[in-house]
Design a protein around this ligand. Structure first.
Ligand SMILES: N[C@@H](CCC(=O)N[C@@H](CS)C(=O)NCC(=O)O)C(=O)O
Length: 204
């Protein structure tokens, strides 16, 4: 199995984090030069259809992208520690928070940083108004998260994939020196807790 990935990028970091939580070390790592556009070359695109990182290539030649598809595949192969839920209730709650975190937080944060950081102009021309719109959208979700986290240590009853998606999404903002609004104290407590995990540094 080969993981096509790159350091510092948020989607690859989510998979690196999952691998570190599960102690997975037997997957070959192929470093792809994102800013150099290696993922947009025909060799990569033909393999994965999209020029997206991370991508997983199985030993039988099957290739797929999408962080959550890769993370779920790894969960099946390396079930412990469980990150996606052990019963119907837990699976539903983790799925809900994972989807919320990806749609309303991680994706807008990614667009905000991408439309702001000068080095990322190599991927797409910066557009300040798009950056501002996405930052505001992410912060609206952070406010709701802060309310929820006032009564919950993690997004669900215990640390899960949802926390990885949300924490990586917010922490990607560090690239443009972004910090969540200070009044979101419960969010800060939760973010520090997630980032202090040994696996929290994976992929940086
Ligand atoms: N929905 C995809 C998004 C993957 C994605 O956008 N990855 C970024 C790196 S964080 C990428 O490959 N960008 C390439 C580009 O924009 O050219 C996932 O969850 O894996």
């Amino acid at each position: 199995m080969k993981l096509y990935t790159t350091r510092m990028a948020p989607n690859p970091r989510r998979v690196s984090w999952v691998m570190a939580e599960k102690g997975i070390s037997d997957i070959e790592i192929v470093d792809v030069n994102l800013l150099g556009g290696e993922h947009r070359q025909p060799e990569y695109r033909n393999r994965f259809t999209f020029g997206h990182l991370p991508g997983l290539e199985l030993d039988d030649g099957t290739c797929f992208t999408e962080t959550l598809a890769i993370a779920r595949y790894l969960e099946t192969l390396y079930p412990e520690p469980n990150l996606f839920g052990v019963d119907a209730r837990e699976q539903a709650l983790i799925e809900m928070w994972t989807r919320r975190a990806e749609i309303y937080l991680a994706n807008p944060m990614m667009m905000y940083v991408r439309m702001t950081h000068p080095a990322l102009a190599a991927l797409e021309a910066p557009q300040p108004e798009v950056a501002a719109y996405n930052k505001a959208g992410a912060e609206k979700f952070m406010k709701a998260m802060d309310r929820h986290l006032a009564n919950s240590e993690y997004l669900t009853d215990r640390f899960s994939m949802a926390d990885i998606v949300a924490a990586v999404g917010i922490d990607f903002g560090r690239l443009v020196k972004y910090r969540p609004p200070e009044e979101y104290t419960h969010l800060k407590r939760w973010l520090d807790l997630c980032l202090s995990r040994p696996a929290g540094k994976a992929g940086l």
